[in-house]
Design a protein around this ligand. Structure first.
Ligand code: ADP
Ligand code: MG
Length: 224
């Protein structure tokens, strides 16, 4: 079942007098519980497409349907709510808050997502996710004392602690070595399958494609 569909999405940027069309009519659908990988040369428009899909910037044209709702008709506040409660984000670097412990990063995320869980339930959810990412023993650690792979695992936990329907990941393994990249991808795959999350992931790394259910290649603002 397609939970998320993109229809004829276009994006233009204006640089002075010049209008450049970066996305030239993209059609894409995401199947629930599956990982879709977006590949293509640098500059082909992958990050632009991902951020538009995630409601982080508007499309110039086209339609985005999520869970039966037309996101292109929503106002800023409605989009913010969808982003906070239904979407999760992982980027190339973890962007953890330096003065919060691993556990506190997750508590903060639950609060930001307005999950309305009672304190007791929060603790339970956090314990559960720490177990899934194999970081129970590091819950009181600060980001500075974690390895790159551990930080990215925490970033992934933070992206899904509020049980989003869609996970958007932009080159989540780009800052990691090959072994850690595989660990992180295995984690994303396991979580996608166990929690029935739908994942759209940009990657540069051919080795990561083995973890995807679908591979979509972009070239010059179009799907090849
Ligand atoms: N805000 C912006 N203003 C102008 N041009 C942009 C903007 N964002 C992206 N671009 C251009 O769009 C093209 C695609 O960028 P991007 O989506 O980041 O590609 P990718 O992620 O595939 O490397 C690039 O040529 C980039 O310079
Ligand atoms: Mg990019």
């Amino acid at each position: 079942m397609a939970i998320f569909t993109i229809n004829d999405v276009r994006k233009k940027f204006t640089n002075g007098e010049v209008v450049e069309e970066i996305l030239k009519g993209i059609d894409l659908s995401l199947q629930q519980g599956e990982i879709t990988a977006l590949v293509g040369a640098s500059g082909s428009g992958k990050s632009t497409l991902l951020t538009i899909a995630a409601g982080l910037q508007p499309a110039s044209d086209g339609q985005i349907m999520f869970n039966g709702n037309n996101m292109t008709d929503m106002d800023q506040e409605q989009i913010r709510k969808v982003r906070a409660s239904e979407f999760g984000f992982v980027f190339q670097s973890a962007h953890l808050v330096p003065f919060l412990t691993v556990e506190e990063q997750l508590i903060l995320m639950l609060e930001v997502s307005e999950s309305k869980l009672k304190k007791e339930q929060q603790k339970k959810e956090i314990a559960h996710i720490l177990k899934l990412i194999d970081m129970e023993h590091r819950k009181n650690a600060y980001p500075a004392s974690l390895s790159g792979g551990e930080r990215q695992r925490v970033a992934i936990a933070r992206a899904i602690i509020h049980k989003p329907k869609i996970l958007f990941a932009d080159e989540p393994t780009a800052s990691l070595d090959s072994k850690r990249s595989k660990d992180v991808m295995e984690l994303i795959r396991n979580l996608t399958k166990t929690l029935n999350i739908t994942t759209l992931m940009v990657t540069h790394d051919e080795e990561m494609l083995a973890y995807a259910d679908h591979i979509i290649t972009m070239k010059d603002g179009l799907i090849k």
